[in-house]
Design a binder for this molecule. Structure first.
Ligand SMILES: Nc1nc2c(ncn2[C@@H]2O[C@H](COP(=O)(O)OP(=O)(O)OP(=O)(O)O)[C@@H](O)[C@H]2O)c(=O)[nH]1
Ligand SMILES: [Mg+2]
Length: 440
């Protein structure tokens, strides 16, 4: 394929930057601008001079000969001095000598097209790059290293075997007993279904790891919501004042707690306001409430229940919620019958208990991050759909003729193939690779 080029390191000043070139004739293009004394050998670093349009840059070159490279094509990497301008000049020189600028993820897309990685492993690479927590990194790493791929491949293989025996019954009805073959297929499919269930059971843990739990902090003005957010984060993120109505917009910040992500959303205090900006913030709070996974409803332990508190208790009664009584450092004046956690956002009392309570509401026991966990919606959807087809095919084994079962097995195989990329359409492939950064 035509050579593509991109800067593979982050843009900006740094010690070195790597410019990567991949495609047919990559080395020829490189040698138009790079000279050195030694002969260039694959996988060995060569020191030389990059000269073009007045630039004379002493830099290193590494050559990976096809197919032994990331993309499966010839790759040349230049390791130059860092710096935006210099890097841009090197890039320009390579474009003027025959390469074209790569699109986001195009290197990995070529790796996929050349059979170097499966689609799910490529998605694991995106997850590893974008991982914000250790658990996300582990899940991405498992995907990248082919754990899902091998599970899915094994299922596809057992389906292929069944397809072969059914086709045999169709071709040589005198040799094979239809009923026996379908009974065998049914048994195999029952095992496939079990495996699919097992895989799908990790999806809820996957959501906790990848997207996290949305925990919204609500309460009347001045109750200490922003103080709680700051205490949970361990930093002064939100403005705290003793003026009611300080927070006018929602603020979202995430932490990683044990192996899950918790996204805390601080909101504008809910009360009747005639101030337009404040009222808009309150409307946003009510909207955010709808999409939250759990509500942290804050009350002031040092004052009696107000009208606003009652309204909020009612508004959230059918949601997962934790009632938090703040200002434990002051004299207690509030009694409520619901279960609550008494905290002081000001001096940090019981803040860890709030995190623990959220964790235990969602994660039953600890999440085993050493195994495969489904975090990708595309994989979950394909497996759910495969599961449905599998159930239908099990039923079909009882009542239908082998040709119908054979057709359904092919459908099941193809659905699983969506995960590995073996039956995927170009548009989905493009959508996946566009999520990558440039130069990857
Ligand atoms: N004594 C005491 N004061 C607190 C505590 N938490 C917050 N405060 C004080 O209460 C006032 C309001 O705190 P904020 O965190 O701004 O309250 P808020 O709920 O975000 O207020 P709005 O954004 O206006 O809705 C500030 O003066 C805080 O210092 C606490 O645990 N104890
Ligand atoms: Mg606030």
């Amino acid at each position: 394929m035509k050579p593509i080029v991109a800067v593979s390191t982050p843009v900006g000043a740094g010690a070195i930057s790597i410019v990567r070139l991949s495609g047919d004739g990559a080395l020829d293009i490189a040698l138009k601008v790079f000279s050195c004394k030694q002969k260039i050998q694959p996988r060995l670093v060569t020191l030389g001079t990059f000269s073009y349009n007045g630039i004379k840059e002493r830099c290193l070159l590494v050559y990976f000969k096809a197919p032994h490279s990331y993309t499966g094509e010839d790759i040349v990497e230049f390791q130059c001095h860092g710096g935006e301008l210099l890097t841009r000049e090197v890039l320009k020189a390579l474009v003027e000598n025959g390469a074209r600028l790569a699109e986001n993820g195009e290197f990995t897309k070529r790796a996929f097209l050349n059979g170097k990685v499966s689609l799910d492993s490529a998605e694991g690479i995106i997850d590893v790059i974008n991982a914000g927590t250790e658990a996300e990194l582990k899940a991405g790493y498992n995907l990248m290293s082919g754990k899902l791929y091998s599970e899915v491949k094994a299922l596809q293989e057992s389906i292929t075997d069944e397809l072969a025996s059914i086709d045999m019954t169709l071709d040589y009805p005198e040799h094979d007993d239809e009923g026996e073959t379908l009974a065998h297929t049914k048994n195999v499919l029952v095992e496939v279904e079990k495996k699919l269930n097992e895989l799908l059971s990790t999806a809820s843990a996957g959501k906790l790891i990848k997207s996290g739990v949305n925990a919204i902090i609500v309460g009347k003005p001045n109750v200490g919501k922003s103080s709680l957010l700051n205490a949970l984060l361990g930093e002064d993120r939100a403005i705290v004042t003793d003026i009611a109505g300080t927070t006018r917009d929602t603020i979202t910040e995430s932490i990683s707690y044990k192996d899950i992500k918790i996204n805390f959303i601080d909101t504008a205090g809910v009360h009747d306001s005639t101030n337009l900006v404040e009222q808009l913030g309150i409307d946003r709070t009510k909207k955010a409430l709808e999409s939250a996974d759990i509500v942290l409803l804050m009350l002031d332990s040092s004052s009696k229940l107000s009208e606003e508190d009652r309204e909020l208790l009612k508004l959230t009664e059918n949601k997962k919620r934790i009632i938090i009584l703040n200002k434990a450092d002051k004299k207690k004046a509030l009694e409520i019958k619901d279960k609550y956690i008494l905290i002081s956002a000001k001096n940090g009392e019981n803040i860890e208990r709030v995190k623990e309570e959220i964790y235990s509401t969602f994660a039953s026991g600890t999440i085993d991050t050493s195994g495969l966990i489904l975090t990708n919606v595309r994989h979950i959807e394909a497996l759910e759909s495969a599961h449905k087809i599998c159930e239908e095919t099990i039923d079909a084994c009882e009542i239908h003729t082998p040709d119908i079962v054979s057709f359904m097995l092919k459908e099941l195989w193809a659905e699983l193939g969506k995960i590995t990329g073996e039956t995927e359409t170009e548009s989905i492939i493009d959508a996946i690779f566009s999520k990558f950064c440039l130069g990857k």
